[in-house]
Design a protein. Sequence first.
Length: 430
Amino acid sequence: MLFNKDFMLGAATAAHQVEGNNVGSDYWIMENLEHSVFVEKSGLAVDHYNRYEEDIDLLKRAGLNAYRFSIEWARIEPVEGQWNEKEMEHYIKVIDYCLANGIEPVVTYHHFSSPAWLITKGGWESPEVVNYFERYARYVTEHVAGKVKYVCTINEANMRLQMAFLIKDITERMSKQSEIQNQEGSVQVGVNLSQNQSQMMMSMMETAKAFNIDDPRKVANFVSQASEEGDLLVMKAHNAARNAIKSVDPSIQVGLTLSLHDIQWVDGGEENAKKAWDDEFTHYLPYIEKDDFLGVQCYTRKIFDENGANSSFETGTKTQMGYEDYPAGIVNVVRRCAEEFKGTIIVTENGIATSDDERRCEFIKEALTGLNDCITEGIKLKGYFAWSLLDNFEWQKGFSMTFGLISVDRNTMERTPKKSLKVLGSFMEK
Ligand code: BGC
């Protein structure tokens, strides 16, 4: 049961989580506030900016043939309308290094972090974001055309809406701090809810001040809560970027990625489960039906009863992230997406945060065996990218979440491949 050479078997990273010194981004500012909600700062991260050759070498040596990474908008356009050619050249070098080594580069144009100036201008709730993102996408594509075949415009384009639901839920539970912290695992990204209310307020006010915005509720970075219009703006930005990319190079395959849960239900939970899937997936279909592919990202499942998601039905152990270890999730989600989305599907992220690498090996084996069955069933599945190539900066949760196939000693930046890297590579035909 091996994947053939046409299949992209690889691992993923995101610029801000691995590169280091991403000083022009909104995240850098938020991490460095006095009352920051981030448990630690990204700082040098894992210095992938300077060590990408070594990291790609390790990926290749393990038998993988593809690498998904992101370009940092804040580096390319540090000041609105001003392009940094030198930074663009850096990413071209990364792409060229992949190509020279027979590794397919899958490039994401936006992975959560945005230039700080964008947030000051209203961020992801301002209609202007559509033009800004389109212009940036066009600029990058003009430089990577002819080299890159797959572009993900926006990573987890539904994350802002998921945050809106999370924040609504927290507000309703505001009086019970312990219940609030339990909610961290309800989104597939590192959020830190361990702060008390006054700390949270302080950090919101400092954030607004840092971006020169009068009302803290109006700070609209990518992992803040979306309004209904804001949710739509992400889709408009994606559509505009897709058209720009295609107009520069029609051969580039374009898609976005979504954060999806394997939504299940018990008796009485059908309606809630249906609504959850509609919120996460179905209502986006009109905006992605012209895409070449859909990037599917799933880490766990959610089980609904008549009152909503209920974790007491879960049977698996919890990962470091606080959600259930459930490798079958990605397989179920791919099957479900394939029923409604007719283009190619790529698993752009899937993985487990654990210090037990044997557990990760089992997780990979179970997920890949199920995905191989999907191909046999006729699903157009074109690739699988494990999250993540390296242990890295898990956003508000810092460096303690170990998703990586390679560990990094952050004092020396020395890399040590884990057994799971080899296990992943063993699924590729020789
Ligand atoms: C994101 C990654 C993140 C991962 C694990 C996804 O939400 O795209 O940036 O590190 O999940 O939480």
